[in-house]
Design a binder for this molecule. Structure first.
Ligand code: AMP
Length: 279
């Protein structure tokens, strides 16, 4: 496995491989890797000649300075996991290597998808995400890029980015990888106390019940049920939304002919967790 910090060296290495007609799979990450990330890496390895993983905690997608400061960093373990998984190339650039002089995002428009859910609660987040994804795609020029449905809105934004900017990469969504008790794996889970860890399975449990209720109850009853579940716990519900997968617009009634999905964001002390489930 080769590790690069400089984009010029990475571009040179990739140009030699692409000259040999190799298909490149790419998995962008912010590190603190877990089995969810690994599932994307394994999928890339299965379907490409070369797999590149980037580890870069992108400052412009954090709307909360404290969240950025406390973002877990486990580089040595991450490199071990990637090596053991069969990854070929890891890119670990510095902030200066990516942003040169000014650490700012480009401003994008994604037909309104960026204003729903996470867009309402994390101002500027998706401009930061799109900026780093476009920058990395332009450096790596991957054939295929793998993103988790864990960040479903991000996945839709990246698909739109590729369409609008006419980038020559296929974006592939991968299912959410969960702990045995249903908790969606997340780098932020490491920050949970033992007590908090025992409480957070409520997120998936409530999502599952909400999906079940969607077959028989009104939207209002489902929203009330979810709010009550969290009011009775120490977790703080930031939003619960049932939305159309393609536009991410909240639906006023459930239509089983359209693809609908339930989305949730919860604060556990200072830690913010998100999850979603298809209806
Ligand atoms: P992150 O390091 O959090 O930026 O995540 C990097 C990629 O891994 C993103 O495409 C995420 O959606 C994906 N990912 C994170 N957690 C999971 C999970 N539990 N299951 C599947 N994919 C995930």
């Amino acid at each position: 496995m080769q590790v690069f910090e400089k984009k010029s060296a990475l571009i040179h290495c990739l140009s030699l491989l692409k000259g040999k007609n190799k298909q490149v799979g790419f998995v962008p990450t912010m590190g603190a890797l877990h089995k969810g990330h690994q599932s994307l890496v394994l999928k890339s390895i299965e379907n490409n000649d070369i797999t590149v993983v980037s580890i870069f905690v992108n400052p412009t997608q954090f709307n909360n300075v404290d969240d950025l400061k406390k973002y877990p960093k486990t580089l040595k373990k991450d490199l071990e996991l990637l090596e053991n998984s069969g990854c070929d190339i890891v890119f670990i650039p510095s902030v200066e290597e990516i942003y040169a002089k000014t650490v700012v995002s480009k401003i994008y428009s994604f037909d309104g998808i960026e204003n729903q859910m996470e867009g309402k609660f994390r101002k500027g987040h998706f401009d930061g995400v799109a900026t780093i994804v476009q920058t990395l795609f332009e450096i790596i020029e991957p054939t295929n890029a793998y993103f988790g449905e864990k960040d479903f809105q991000q996945l839709q934004i990246v698909k739109k980015l590729v369409e609008k900017e006419e980038l020559p990469t296929k974006v592939i969504g991968c299912p959410i990888y969960r702990e045995k008790d249903g908790l969606a794996m997340s780098s932020r889970n490491i920050r949970l106390s033992n007590e908090q860890r025992l409480e957070v399975p409520l997120i998936y449990k409530t999502l599952k019940k909400a999906i079940e209720f969607a077959k028989t109850k009104s939207i209002k009853d489902i929203y009330d049920f979810v709010q009550n579940e969290f009011d009775a716990s120490s977790l703080k519900l930031e939003y619960f939304t049932i939305a159309e997968e393609s536009t991410l617009k909240e639906v006023s009634e459930i239509n089983f002919n359209e693809k609908n999905r339930a989305f949730i964001a919860v604060n556990v002390g200072q830690i913010r967790l998100i999850d979603n489930l298809s209806l």
